[in-house]
Design a protein around this ligand. Structure first.
Ligand SMILES: [Zn+2]
Length: 243
């Protein structure tokens, strides 16, 4: 058996589904306006091999290849329980694969991270059930816990949250710290949450402002779904104020 087959067999123990093979790509282009799905996959592979967060991000990212897994997550979340999976790149075969779906509770889900030499956990995806803030639009945020686990996982470059009708994602850049003190991050996130609360008492607006403050603080790009395409994400302009 050749080495790649042996690696693939090892991967298949925990991988449910292969999501297509990324293009072997050069470093992300600093001036690209848009990463379509092949470009995004290529950048995931490039990142897995270098673990180097890019200096610049595009204004639009297309997640076409994740459409079916995301729809499945929504179905699984319809009962009000968060679900999540981790996306891995196999750096030898260049394959992007998603872990099995894990179930959490109404407010969180812990996605296990299984590292190996071959498999780099580059992209977390989890769902936010409707009802937390009554309106689906207001589920469109990343929580303090989401930012904390994202920043604490060095190899996780992208984190995506899926609501009933939309998507939100944070993406690390070269301005993002590669090592963090989890307790210090937790304290800082709590301060940002308080700061957001001083600007607005409306829960949905507060979580959205908090997301922007957290992304400014940690050099993250923030994206939400836009109408230009079924799986298109647009970069949010980061200001420390309400929209
Ligand atoms: Zn979350």
């Amino acid at each position: 058996m050749d080495l790649f087959r042996a690696l693939e067999r090892a991967v298949s123990k925990f991988v449910e589904e292969a999501v297509q093979r990324p293009h072997p790509a050069a470093a992300p282009s600093a001036d690209a306006e848009r990463w379509d799905w092949p470009a995004f996959k290529g950048n995931l592979l490039h990142f897995a091999r270098t673990l180097s967060y890019p200096a610049a991000l595009p204004t639009r990212i297309d997640l076409d290849g994740l459409k079916i897994p995301i729809e499945r997550l929504r179905e699984q979340t319809a009962g009000g329980i968060e679900h999540g999976r981790m996306g891995y790149v196999n750096i030898y075969t260049g394959t992007l694969v998603l872990s099995r779906t894990v179930q959490g509770d109404q407010h969180s889900v812990r996605i296990p991270v299984e590292r190996s030499i071959a498999n780099v956990p580059v992209m977390g995806i989890h769902s936010h059930p409707r009802g937390l803030f009554q309106l689906d639009r207001e589920d469109l945020h990343l929580s303090a816990q989401d930012y904390l686990s994202f920043l604490s996982t060095r190899e996780e470059w992208v984190q995506i949250a899926v609501t009933g009708t939309s998507l939100i994602a944070a993406v690390k850049t070269s301005a993002t710290p590669t090592r963090v003190d989890a307790q210090a991050v937790e304290r800082r996130l709590n301060q940002l949450w308080e700061d957001a609360g001083r600007q607005t008492a409306t829960p949905g607006r507060r979580v959205r402002l908090f997301s922007k403050l957290a992304c400014i603080e940690y050099g993250l790009g923030l994206y939400i779904q836009i109408p230009e395409g079924p799986m298109a994400l647009g970069q949010v302009r980061l200001t420390p104020k309400l929209d």
